[in-house]
Design a protein around this ligand. Structure first.
Ligand SMILES: NC(=O)c1ccc[n+]([C@@H]2O[C@H](COP(=O)([O-])OP(=O)(O)OC[C@H]3O[C@@H](n4cnc5c(N)ncnc54)[C@H](OP(=O)(O)O)[C@@H]3O)[C@@H](O)[C@H]2O)c1
Length: 249
């Protein structure tokens, strides 16, 4: 496997955390990056860091809960770079709460971003990948997509769903012999802005303490994603589950 990559990579949720670290690393490795998220100022800052000339990267303000926004992000990649090699469904939020708090709006938001956002990403990228008989989806699930705990029911539900969706897509593309690869990335605690979305005061402090004690840097996940992309095309990393060494569960 080489250190040089030359792929057109679209990243949702590229304005912070894992998405930002992945954009920066993959740009450094020679890939062309298309960034999508809602916070334009953040995207502009990241663009300055990875591509001062605007030739190797592009961004578009994107809300993954809006199907049209996600289609427009794909169109930007196709218009500017002519193809989509890798689509990283990374945008997500984790407002943990126990069910008795009835934070129905937060449940809906997690379903909209963490599940429907992934489906819109698949819809936006799959047709051109099928046509070219080449492509790679990288979908962010979580350790929480393998196990759950009080307060994490809805978030876990969305991350289990990402794994189910990804596995069925993988099977379908294998049968179709489309050469479209599917990789699930399932991290444990990573030091990002993710816990900031928690509004349940009974849980917030404990989760922040856990993150402060064990979380690894988002660069570790970026390196893992780069490894999955770099795997020769006849082989796919179907899922990579990774945790901080000191994280127990
Ligand atoms: N950090 C962890 O411990 C951990 C562990 C396992 C899995 N993950 C998963 O990793 C992914 C990235 O999270 P992170 O840890 O890097 O957290 P983060 O720093 O909070 O990043 C989340 C990203 O998602 C974007 N986003 C949120 N809602 C969006 C929407 N409606 N449309 C478009 N973008 C949206 C945010 O950008 P804007 O606000 O600018 O839109 C931001 O760029 C998530 O799917 C998360 O579930 C994280």
């Amino acid at each position: 496997m080489s250190n040089i990559q030359d792929k057109v990579v679209i990243i949702t949720g590229a304005s912070s955390g894992i998405g930002e670290a992945t954009a920066k690393l993959l740009a450094k490795k020679g890939n062309k990056i298309v960034l999508g998220a809602r916070r334009e100022e953040r995207l502009k800052e990241i663009m300055k860091d990875i591509d001062t000339e605007g030739e190797l990267a592009a961004y578009q303000v994107t809300d993954v809960t809006k199907h049209d926004d996600v289609e427009d992000l794909a169109k930007l990649a196709l218009d500017k770079f002519g193809r989509i090699d890798v689509w990283i469904n990374n945008a997500g939020l984790m407002p943990h709460s126990t069910f008795d708090k009835l934070k129905v709006k937060e449940w809906e938001r997690m379903v909209d971003v963490n599940i429907k956002g992934v489906l819109y990403g698949i819809a936006a990228a799959l047709p051109s990948m099928r046509e070219r008989k080449s492509g790679h989806f990288i979908n962010l699930s979580s350790v929480a997509g393998h196990q759950t705990h009080p307060g994490g029911g809805v978030y876990s539900g969305t991350k289990y769903a990402v794994r189910a969706i990804s596995e069925a897509l993988r099977q379908e593309e294998a049968v179709a012999k489309s050469n479209v690869r599917v990789t699930i990335i399932s991290p444990g605690a990573v030091a990002t802005e993710l816990p900031n979305t928690i509004t349940d005061e009974d849980l917030k402090q404990g989760i922040n303490q856990l993150y402060e004690a064990v979380a690894i840097s988002p660069e570790r996940i970026a390196e893992t994603i780069a490894f999955a992309i770099d795997t020769p095309s006849d082989t796919t990393m179907n899922e990579i589950l990774l945790r901080p060494t000191v994280q127990e569960v």
